[in-house]
Design a protein around this ligand. Structure first.
Ligand SMILES: C[S@@+](CC[C@H](N)C(=O)[O-])C[C@H]1O[C@@H](n2cnc3c(N)ncnc32)[C@H](O)[C@@H]1O
Length: 285
């Protein structure tokens, strides 16, 4: 079900999410996010995520029509030329195709554990603030079969526009646990999820090995690590790595060996290496 509206002014309240794209906290509070680009918007429309509206230049309408027609919810499709849209959003765009989606209800570690077959594979991020890196990490998680992403209380949301874009829309396939979040699912009155350190201790108590990816540990290097059982990899921030309380909550730390003149890899690259190694050991490929 959808209706088409040609945009003639920026004043409609429904267009506000597009006009406030540089104010992501407002979006987070409203439980919405913006998807950007033809591929990402297509993946959003193919997903089970609720969609509020789509904005596109008229030449894209027939490409998207069949997908929008399959949706059960009422979606407004706003038509506007790219130049006009750039005036609305405040920056230049490649294709001028955008959509507003609704963040899914929060999920708990219990939900995820029930739904995830063994051997389980989870990823957690501690204080990861760069949205592009977070998006790249999400893309790696989906590529290597991660069953859930645990986002620490000091990390950025994977639903920031740049994170959604860099994930190439794969975020719509990955369950996200928001550690330390007070966001509730009103339908199930689900309780808030504890902090990342506490969530990791709870996972360990349930037999999930929590493995910190740490460039400077002398505990173990990647080729010595066993990823065949249930495990959760923890990745740290761009500047300071994994914080002491989160590191303390892990079972062990593992490094990808590096030459002395290199401090570390980009977190997305480190995640790809760890996840490939887990897939290799589990004979997924
Ligand atoms: C840019 S690094 C952080 C560098 C930071 N100076 C430190 O000392 O941890 C971001 C994250 O990527 C992961 N990482 C990067 N290089 C790694 C390596 N060689 N071995 C294991 N993890 C690595 C870690 O989780 C790290 O916290």
């Amino acid at each position: 079900m959808f209706r088409i509206e040609k945009i003639s002014s920026f004043n409609s309240p429904e267009l506000q999410p597009y006009a406030t794209m540089k104010r992501p906290l407002e979006h987070e509070r409203q439980g919405i996010f913006v998807a950007e680009g033809v591929k990402v918007v297509r993946r959003l429309l193919e997903s089970h995520f609720a969609v509020a509206s789509v904005v596109l230049p008229e030449k894209w309408l027939e490409t998207f029509r069949p997908l929008i027609e399959t949706r059960a919810e009422q979606i407004t499709v706003y038509l506007a030329e790219k130049k006009f849209l750039e005036g609305l959003v405040g920056f230049s765009m490649f294709q001028g195709v955008l959509a507003v989606g609704k963040m899914p209800p929060p999920v708990s570690p219990d939900d995820i554990l029930q739904k995830s077959p063994k051997p389980r594979l989870f990823v957690a991020v501690d204080a990861l603030t760069n949205a592009e890196n977070l998006g790249a990490l999400v893309r790696n998680c989906v590529a290597f079969g991660v069953q859930a992403l645990i986002v620490g209380e000091t990390s950025s949301s994977p639903f920031l526009r740049r994170a959604v874009r860099n994930s190439m829309g794969t975020i719509f396939q990955l369950p996200v646990i928001e550690a330390g979040s007070s966001r509730r699912d009103d339908r199930t009155a689900q309780r808030a999820v504890p902090t990342l350190a506490k969530t990791l201790r709870d996972l360990r108590a349930r037999g999930i090995r929590c493995i910190a990816a740490h460039p400077h540990t002398d505990q173990k290097i990647l080729s010595q690590a066993d990823f065949t059982g249930d495990c959760c990899f923890i990745f740290g921030s761009e500047g300071n790595g994994i914080s002491p309380p989160v590191l303390e909550a892990c079972d062990e730390a593992v490094a990808i060996p590096m030459p002395p003149m290199v401090d570390s890899l980009n977190v997305g690259a480190a995640a790809a290496v760890f996840l490939y190694e887990a897939s290799r050991q589990r004979k997924r490929f």
